[in-house]
Design a protein around this ligand. Structure first.
Ligand code: BGC
Length: 802
């Protein structure tokens, strides 16, 4: 496989696109992440260096237009990157102040390295070659490193090198949030540990999270320890070693900076500063040794997660790997003890403040079939916050557990109450917290994890309790309508965030959102099913502990059979009650008037109008149902409710909503590509490609520099692994029903199902399955378009598809 397909190469320095590069070139290991900013860069409008600890949150209050708002943010931690130089008599290196002869930045996905090569000439005519390498260690989560190599091409003389830790950072990565207080850190300690090591310790001002960074800098000339003079530079929050070395033309100076980062959130920690100091004492002496173990850790991960594609272009393969790369930099085996969820925007920037939304719904399918122990760990993030969710339900007048739309440190609702419309400059009421459907996503995730793994211990001790408390919540939300003889769910929002309420009704909230109502039915029915999956004793314990009486279970069953769905006159499932009576939107006029209409909510608000008046959606809402469920599953749900279900109506519904969607969320392309995968391969492939370019091309107009879109990234991988292969898990059997887009000549990946490892290779005409590992005497049962087989360990079976 060509190395090219593992490399993201950027030639030339482009200030306007630097923010995007920095986000896409972020390096991380699931424990912490650092943006791909140049080591000499400051936050200056072009660059934004940022280092974020997974789950490292802090709350701050801001007085905004006479109202005090509190926000919980993912904190920008001290910058460990600064490693720069100046040639004798010159200024500190700034690529904008020299003549670049060559400039190349490469993100090596296979090895998890960020490389930069610059050849430049300064005002004095000195030509210098600069090479940089960087890693955030995938094996030892606390370590990161940088190497800077300087070669004077036509001069000899002195060079000054500065290696620093910068604690003067604030949260200022998202322009829209800049009016909010961003000073999250307080400096605790700045200390020179020994002649080559500096230490900086900070504390978050509200959550009192202590973070220590220690940096060790070593210099080598032609591979041997360098002779240098050294000084120590200390300003408030900034601490640096400066070295002066004399080089002769052609000599190679290598500066190696190794950093250890610890936080008081870590397990097995006594005192963070001591841990960071000790980690550097025991870390291998040379950069190269650390690179070797880092690359090895990545190679072990890639073996489990790579997807090989064969098609005419090369880019799809590379972008797909970029997506998998960022997924694993956000969630890795290091997440397990970290008590974190999956943040919608990765640990890559400050967008959405590092919060956890429903996006896990799009991310877990990838993990379930590869590294299910990661899903397990992340579901425990929710389980640990069940107490808060119970409290939230109680306070809102409901029962059971109500998880927040946006979750951070302790599971409290962290959705902002006001948001800035950058188009109008107005602070607008934000009611997106009304998306109660997050509580269906959590249940769906528990269920899917169990289906993929059969991890009964998890279900007995954590999963079942969550399912039951969620069912209890949904049942309490449902109100009986005696006139219609149906249950209804009122005052919520669906996934389409453009609709927040009715144009002629005061207050936020919509009634009978089809997605919410049907998901509630699904949760209730699965919670009842879960009870039957439990051993008798555990079931009795849980019923006792949760005080679940038979009468309550009977009500769940009833609600799950009498929930209301609203249909338009012509039978199309209505997004919510009243949608049909909204005005049609003039798409043509708006497309002509605005070059980019992804964010119609902002456009309309700026015009003094509101999306609430129109039939338009930000993203898939009703169509989410076709994304999450197969036609058979949907038929079952409709039949349970006594509504007719005609599979022929699916294309009509898809077409209806697709025409009325602006794709204002990157999740939208994934869902629409999925629902079209069978009926319109061409359109599906086009949308798949649009979803692939979401981040590399920053299609939402400037949002990627603030953080990647992890749901869309995982969603594209999942489209290949499940949608186009027709992969489904039913009653303990793996089903395939492939339907490859015409452009795709071959697809190869391995997956984990229950305890089996299987390699799947698919062409338009052949499906080849190899059992990589199965538990003894337990072959894997597979059905391919109805033809079933048993696959043993180390066995390959081929099925003709055409
Ligand atoms: C989308 C949500 C999503 C959130 C975080 C919003 O723009 O509308 O569905 O959960 O972004 O990715």
């Amino acid at each position: 496989m060509s190395r090219e397909q593992w490399l993201f190469t950027y030639d030339g320095f482009e200030p306007a696109r630097e923010g995007l590069r920095e986000a896409l070139c972020t390096l991380g290991n699931g424990y912490f992440a650092t943006r791909g900013a140049a080591p000499e860069a400051h936050a200056d409008g072009t660059h934004y260096p940022g280092t974020y600890l997974a789950g490292g949150y802090n709350r701050l209050k801001t007085d905004l237009a006479g109202r005090v708002v509190e926000n919980e943010d993912l904190v920008n931690m001290p910058n460990w990157l600064p490693l720069t130089f100046r040639l004798e008599g010159g200024d500190w290196f700034d690529v904008r102040a020299v003549t670049p002869l060559e400039y190349r930045q490469v993100l090596d996905l296979e090895r998890g390295l960020l490389l930069r090569t610059v050849r430049f000439e300064d005002a004095a005519g000195r030509r210098t070659r600069l090479e940089q390498r960087r890693f955030v260690h995938m094996g030892d989560k606390h370590l990161a490193g940088q190497e800077l190599v300087l070669v004077p091409e036509n001069w000899s003389g002195r060079v000054h090198v500065r290696s620093a830790l910068d604690g003067r950072v604030v949260n200022a990565g998202v322009a829209r949030y800049r009016q909010l207080n961003g000073q999250h850190l307080r400096l605790l300690v700045a200390e020179e540990v020994d002649p080559e090591t500096l230490l900086l310790e900070v504390e978050t001002v509200q959550s009192r999270l202590e973070v220590a960074e220690a940096a060790r800098t070593r210099l080598f000339v032609e591979g041997h320890p360098a002779v240098f003079q050294k000084t120590l530079l200390q300003e408030e929050g900034f601490f640096a070693h400066e070295f002066t070395v004399t080089l002769t033309e052609g000599q190679r100076l290598a500066v190696e900076k190794v950093v250890a980062l610890y936080s008081s959130k870590d397990p097995a920690v006594s005192e963070v500063a001591m841990e960071a100091r000790d980690a550097l004492k025991t870390a291998p002496g040379r950069f190269e040794e650390l690179v070797a173990t880092h690359v090895q850790a990545w190679s072990h991960l890639w073996r489990r997660v790579d997807i090989e594609l064969e098609l005419d272009g090369q880019d799809e393969q590379r972008v797909l790997r970029l997506h998998i790369f960022h997924l694993l930099q956000t969630v890795s085996p290091h997440s397990i003890d970290q008590d974190v969820g999956v943040p919608a925007r990765g640990w890559h920037g400050e967008a959405y403040r590092g919060h956890i939304f429903w996006d896990e719904l799009f991310i877990f399918p990838f993990l379930n079939l590869r590294l299910p122990f990661l899903t397990r760990a992340i579901l425990r993030y929710r389980y640990r916050r069940l107490g808060r969710a119970r409290q939230a339900a109680r306070e809102a007048g409901f029962q059971g557990a109500m998880f927040p739309w946006q979750s951070g440190s302790n599971g409290r609702e962290e959705s902002q109450r006001l948001h800035l419309n950058p188009r109008s400059g107005r602070w607008v009421e934000d009611v997106t917290w009304l998306q109660r459907h997050i509580n269906a996503a959590v249940a769906y995730n528990v269920w899917q994890y169990h289906r993929a793994t059969a991890d009964s211990e998890f279900l007995y001790y954590y999963g079942a309790e969550m399912m039951l408390e969620l069912a209890r919540f949904w049942a309490s939300l449902a109100q009986w309508n005696p006139v219609l003889g149906r249950y209804e769910i009122k005052n919520v929002m669906g996934p389409d965030e453009y609709h927040t309420g009715y144009p002629d009704r005061p207050g936020p909230g919509l009634d009978n959102n089809a997605y919410t109502n049907l998901m509630a039915v699904w949760v209730l029915s699965k919670a009842l099913e879960t009870l039957h999956l439990l051993p008798r004793e555990r079931r009795a314990e849980l019923l006792e502990f949760l005080r679940l009486e038979h009468s309550e279970l009977a009500r769940w069953d009833e609600v799950s059979r009498k929930m209301r769905l609203v249909f338009h006159q012509d039978g199309v499932l209505s997004q919510f009650e009243g949608y049909e009576h909204l005005q049609e939107f003039d798409w043509k006029a708006y497309r002509a008037r605005y070059p980019d209409i992804h964010r119609l909510d902002r456009i309309l608000e700026a015009e003094g109008d509101s999306p609430n008046r129109y039939k338009l959606s930000k993203q898939a809402d009703v169509l989410m149902l076709f994304y999450l469920f197969s036609a058979d599953e949907l038929r079952e749900l409709f039949e349970r409710l006594g509504y007719p279900f005609e599979p022929e109506m699916i294309p009509r519904i898809v077409d209806y909503y697709l025409q009325r969607t602006s794709h204002g969320s990157t999740l939208s392309g994934v869902v629409h590509s999925w629902v079209l995968a069978r009926s319109d391969r061409e359109a599906s492939w086009r949308l798949f490609n649009e979803a692939l370019s979401s981040d590399i091309s920053d299609v939402q107009g400037g949002t990627t520099p603030e953080g990647i879109h992890l749901g869309a990234m995982a969603g594209t991988v999942d489209l290949l692994q499940r949608a186009y292969t027709g992969l489904e898990v039913r009653a303990g059997v793996l089903h395939f029903n492939p339907h490859l887009p015409q452009e795709l000549k071959r697809l190869k990946f391995s997956l984990r199902y229950h305890k089996h490892w299987v390699e799947v290779e698919l062409t338009p005409t052949v499906l080849r399955l190899t059992g990589l590992w199965s538990p003894l005497e337990q072959p894997l049962e597979v059905c391919v378009r109805g033809e079933c087989l048993r696959l043993q360990s180390c066995e390959t079976q081929e099925l003709r598809l055409a």
